[in-house]
Design a protein around this ligand. Structure first.
Ligand code: PEP
Ligand code: MG
Length: 849
């Protein structure tokens, strides 16, 4: 070991032997992987590694000892150079093969291996050297189908014409220039930006691997191929790959079907197969494949060459794969005892799950992006454009998929959103109405597409390039990437299944922070159970009134202007709410259900436009002028800071009384049929202790009354939503009144920044692009400002009431970075829309392992 290090200090490289001090951190992943293959006794041609320092020095002109390097490969060596970055995903310059080819060697190889083989080797090298090292115009050095002597002479002449010198004949100079050009390519700006986009640090190093060539051309069944033992798009175990005679590198993969020299791998594939023709090589490949899987603990793609029927293993990389294949591979490796369950969990990035939960626009497929916005709810869907909920419903009635395009959505659009396959809005950000509802429904959604011009009257949507789309035109929404795409884009189906639930069960065993779901409807609650949420962390009761037959009742309640009218409408709403809660409690069995009392931003519930007012006047049997006057009286300049949440509860206390009664009566009914829910009642938009005191006293009184009326004993937990900065700061005086504090980070972000959650989408991308904000704070919790309020609220709340449960129920609850923050701050659970529950479960496990 010592000696090797000494050698490297003198020569600038290390030979990769079983005992050499090779590490991924110093020499890169490829060098380390090759050492593992060598340790497993695979027939890897002699290989040398240059470490990051040596390559860095190279780019500054400091050459390693090339004579010593070439001497190690014997007389007249041909070698290849490949990049070896720390993480293979960070990429690097392409491999260069056949370094060492020159006129003299060409003549000798023509005699020993035949002229076509010698031509092919030389031509390949001239082409790569000219284009990648000498940086000559690639058009002058096009690949030729048949490597004739004329083609070779043309390439040599082209090189000379372009450079005014003969193609370099000295192997030492060839190798030196290849090494230097690869080192410099790594330092170039484009390469740096590309790898930084893949998560590489700014100072990521490059190693280089120099390997003796196994020729793959010449006598007998020489050739090269690539083999792997799983399918990279499904993760199923099956043999994939190709072998091609008289070929080098990865030629077999790109060769056209009709190029005669292809040999398929296994005997059951069509055509001649390597299994039939080279059974010894085949057996060895099977053995090495199995060994690599067990000992490298990964599914590997193996590049190999056959020279005179002798197998060489040249390289191995992790099988390139999509998210679904990655999940299946991780679970299979753990089930086969090759990796631990925890490791399988760590191998699946939480961000890859949404791709499995929804249909996706195929990322590899062709797409003509016609508009871009904020990706608000993942998944992909194709349908005909509609500009109104009514049209979406009409399309659904005919089983026609539609895409609902709106300026923004309001509760009136819920029916349309249910009927449509995806939603596109001109306005809004990640916590706008459309975004929140679409995520709850699992509907692909793109919001804040501010450069499209909607003309709802004319039924047109004009794109930035002037193209006009009309109702009925087919588009595809990619909610994962924030694209609207022309026509029907190719799709990938969702991939839930046994592997998915197995992996998440392993994640649950590892994690130490709870995950609940935000669920308002029985359908949401069923989804919450399906995704194995531990309970409901937020049931927004006003959302229970979005359905057409309910919306009117809600409006009547808002419009009632005397106590008597209100009592009669509340009497009608009570049984509806009771039925809602009975259903939620029944679905959730014994799991906790947190019910938030009404938080009605009035503008969301007031009718829109003259038509809406007329419909309401009709339903209420009032003159239009009365309804209009009342709507005007109720309208607010700043509705998100207006008569919302507990403010309505305090000023019209009968409303919360009705809800509390509905909850308790439902509880008694469900308990009689064996249910055991302990409901949690949550007060929204609190800013002062006294609000809590007043509401608590009334709810306690309702509970006492229901206990007496129904002759039943029951418990409930009362909690407060911390959504205003003041509630966070005053958590110490609020906490003694409550069993839990649930941080509503949507409103808390809105109020901390003074940013409208519905309008900030218009300029958010500019803010992020200019580095004003690192991320959209509605998407990823701002750890500094909003986070400080969370920490203060949690500390003061816990100090005043050590038993208080702490949670986050804003949209951030499903975001991995935000979950990390909550876990570090000692929160008990996060709650997020049902479709994000699996992401949260997995992200929480990653934090705990
Ligand atoms: C919040 O403000 O974070 C919250 C969960 O409530 P809503 O989104 O309903 O305002
Ligand atoms: Mg809120």
């Amino acid at each position: 070991m010592q000696k090797k290090q000494g050698l490297s200090e003198i020569t600038g490289f290390d030979e990769i032997t079983p005992t050499a001090a090779i590490s991924a951190e110093r020499h890169g992943g490829r060098a380390k992987c090759l050492q593992r293959l060598i340790r497993l006794d695979m027939p890897v041609p002699r290989t040398l590694a240059l470490d990051f320092d040596a390559v860095h020095a190279l780019s500054a002109g400091d050459m390693p000892d090339l004579d010593a390097m070439l001497a190690l490969f014997g007389p007249d060596p041909l070698v290849s150079v490949r990049p070896s970055s720390q993480d293979p995903d960070w990429g690097g310059p392409g491999a260069i093969l056949n370094i060492g080819m020159n006129d003299a060697l060409h003549a000798r190889l023509a005699a020993s291996h035949g002229e076509p083989a010698a031509n092919a080797l030389y031509l390949r090298f001239i082409q790569s050297f000219a284009v990648h090292v000498a940086r000559l115009d690639a058009d002058e050095f096009e690949t030729v189908a048949i490597p004739t002597a004329e083609a070779l002479q043309r390439a040599l002449a082209a090189y000379e014409a372009e450079t005014d010198e003969r193609f370099p004949q000295d192997p030492k100079r060839q190798l030196g220039e290849v090494l230097r050009s690869m080192a410099r390519a790594w330092e170039g700006t484009t390469a740096r930006l590309l790898r930084e986009a893949k998560g590489a640090p700014a100072d990521a190093g490059l190693g280089l691997v120099v390997q003796k060539m196994a020729l793959g051309v010449g006598n007998g069944l020489s050739g090269s191929g690539v083999i792997q033992f799983v399918d990279g798009s499904t993760g199923q175990r099956e043999i994939r790959g190709r072998y091609m005679c008289q070929a080098q590198g990865r030629d077999a993969l790109t060769a056209k079907e009709d190029e005669g020299a292809i040999l398929y791998l296994a005997a059951d594939a069509r055509g001649r197969s390597i299994e039939q023709v080279l059974p010894g090589v085949w057996d060895d490949l099977m053995r090495y494949g199995d060994l690599a899987r067990r000992r490298l603990r990964e599914e590997m793609q193996i590049e190999f060459a056959v020279e005179n029927e002798r197998l060489f293993i040249l390289d191995a990389v992790r099988v390139p794969r999509n998210s679904r294949a990655n999940l299946r591979i991780a679970v299979a490796l753990a089930k086969d005892g090759i990796i631990s369950e925890d490791e399988a969990v760590l191998r699946v990035p939480p961000r890859s799950l949404p791709e499995l939960l929804h249909s996706q626009v195929d990322p590899e497929g062709a797409r003509e992006v016609i508009a871009r916005g904020i990706p608000a709810s993942p998944g992909g869907a194709t349908g005909k454009i509609v500009f109104s909920s009514r049209a979406a419903q009409a399309m659904a009635a005919q089983d026609e998929p539609s895409i609902l395009v709106r300026r923004e959505t309001t509760p009136e659009d819920i029916r349309g959103m249910h009927a449509a396959r995806a939603v596109l809005t001109e306005r809004g950000g990640v916590t706008s109405h459309a975004a929140v509802i679409a995520r709850g429904l699992g509907l692909p959604c793109v919001v804040g597409v501010s450069d499209m011009a909607l003309d709802l009257r004319a039924g047109t949507m004009t794109l930035p390039n002037g193209r006009v789309l009309r109702e009925g035109d087919v588009i595809t929404i990619d909610g994962t990437r924030g694209h609207a795409i022309s026509g029907a884009a190719p799709m990938l189906a969702p991939a839930l299944g046994e592997n998915f639930s197995t992996l998440l069960a392993w994640a649950d065993a590892a994690r130490d922070i709870g995950v609940r779901a935000n669920a308002d409807t029985p359908e949401d609650a069923r989804k919450a159970r399906m995704f194995e949420a531990e309970g409901i962390g937020l049931a927004r009761t006003e959302h229970m009134f979005f359905a057409e037959d309910r919306l009117l009742a809600m409006r009547e309640m808002i419009f009632a202007d005397d106590a008597e009218d209100r009592r009669s409408i509340l009497d009608r709403i009570l049984p509806m709410q009771r039925a809602d809660f009975i259903e939620l409690f029944s679905i959730m069995h014994d799991r906790p259900v947190t019910i938030r009392l009404f938080d009605l931003p009035l503008h969301e519930f007031l009718p829109q436009g003259r038509e809406g007012l007329r419909e309401l006047a009709e339903a209420l049997d009032l003159p239009l002028s009365d309804v209009t006057r009342r709507a005007e009286a109720l309208s607010e300049f700043n509705p998100m800071l207006g008569m919302r949440g507990v403010r309505l509860g305090l000023t019209v206390p009968e409303i919360y009384d009705m809800q509390a009664r509905a909850i308790f009566e439902a509880l008694v009914d469900v308990a009689q049929s064996g249910g055991a829910v302990v409901p949690e009642i949550m007060i929204p938009l609190v800013s002062a202790r006294r609000e809590v005191e007043i509401v608590k006293a009334r709810i306690d009184a309702v509970a006492a009354a229901v206990r007496v009326e129904r002759g039943a004993a029951f418990d409930y937990r009362l909690g407060v939503m911390v959504e205003t900065p003041r509630a966070a700061l005053r958590a110490g005086e609020i906490a003694p009144y409550t069993a839990f504090l649930s941080f509503g980070t949507n409103d808390l972000t809105q109020m901390t920044y003074g940013l409208s959650r519905d309008d900030a989408g218009r300029f958010m991308s500019q803010y992020v692009n200019q580095g004003v904000y690192d991320e959209d704070p509605f998407h990823v919790l701002d750890p500094d400002g909003v986070g400080e309020l969370l920490t203060i609220g949690a500390e003061r709340g816990r100090a005043a009431n050590p038993g208080v449960t702490l949670s986050v129920c804003g949209e951030h609850g499903g975001n991995p970075e935000s979950i990390a923050f909550c876990r570090a701050a000692g929160f008990d659970y996060v709650s997020c829309s049902p479709f994000r529950v699996p992401v949260a479960r997995l992200a929480a496990a990653h934090l705990a392992i």
